[in-house]
Write a protein that binds this ligand. Sequence first.
Ligand code: GN1
Ligand code: MG
Length: 367
Amino acid sequence: MNSVINTIAHQFAHPGQIVAIKPLGNGNINDTFLVSCAGSDDHQFVLQRINTKVFRQPQWVMENMKIVTEHIHHKRQTLEMTRRWETPRVILTTAGGDHFEDEAGSFWRAISFIDQSEAIDRIEDQAHAVEVGFALGMFHGLVSDIPAASLRDTLVGFHITPAYLEQYHEVLLNATIRQTPEIDRCLQWVSDRTKFATVLEDAKRSGAVSLRIMHGDPKVNNVMIDVTTQQAISMVDLDTVKPGLIHYDIGDCLRSGCNPLGEEVEDWEAVRFEVDRCEGILQGYLPQMKTVLTPVDYDLIYDSVRLITFELGLRFLTDHLAGNQYFKVTYPEHNLHRAMVQFRLMESLEQQEKAVRQIVESHRSIA
Ligand code: GN1
Ligand code: MG
């Protein structure tokens, strides 16, 4: 066990002797560890080092997280539910703080691990798709009565596609770009869609849609699945919970869930947007949001998936061109390949626009 991390884990009020610490998940931004303790039912917790180059005000991340988890916790108790639903809780330090700052200035915090659950990277079957959609609907429903203005903007510009486009243009002006067929293809993918990039922000400006609380990162492996029942029991990774358009969340959940090959696949040309998965996710999501969603929200679902897929491709591409400053990489072209996977997924979605719109329509008529 790494002794530095072990010392840090001991700063948090843990329930028993710490017996193991292992890296957890494959996050692109923060460093995450699973800490196991002996002699207690609450035997595991999640320890994270927040990337403060990305989250400039990490204490705001904690503030938002506490408001949201406490709200969900109380509201959950008032709901008559026959199935399990859990919320991660912030674990305080032994001194009573919500984080620990080490000598190097790193910002550490701990949250509870959802017992008897697993995070699955890709959707395995239709039932799993429905569960992933259910989880996002449950989350959005539970936070729908928190006024957007009561949370901080912890990551300015996060999920505002035109802002990413501006950054991209700035990087293009300043970077020396090696023209390869792959880069050329990416540049083309972007330039063909610059007008489209404003679709959600235009809708916000015109008042057609408004700010709510968004999760910010509702990808498949942020939905915890009960190991016994295989039902979704929690939405985790609440770092990006902040005021925003939930359309980006709906889009992101579909972007992640309908790409069976995953974000890291090498053969980007094989990437497809899977319409059946989209049907499953919406079947899990929409019925729970019946009373929250407006007709305009339904109108924007197809565009939202297309937009967030474009946006993530653009973010990976920009980071590649800027020298990999934001997302963790394991080789120099990593972000370029990730960008190509997203752009190819977007293209595949575009080819199936009609089918996706039809699925949305069929649910709108039920609602
Ligand atoms: C980042 O670190 P992780 O994997 O939880 C990113 C998301 C992207 C995701 C793509 C704060 O999330 O926006 O969708 O990578 N988070 C941030 O895998 O930028
Ligand atoms: Mg995340």
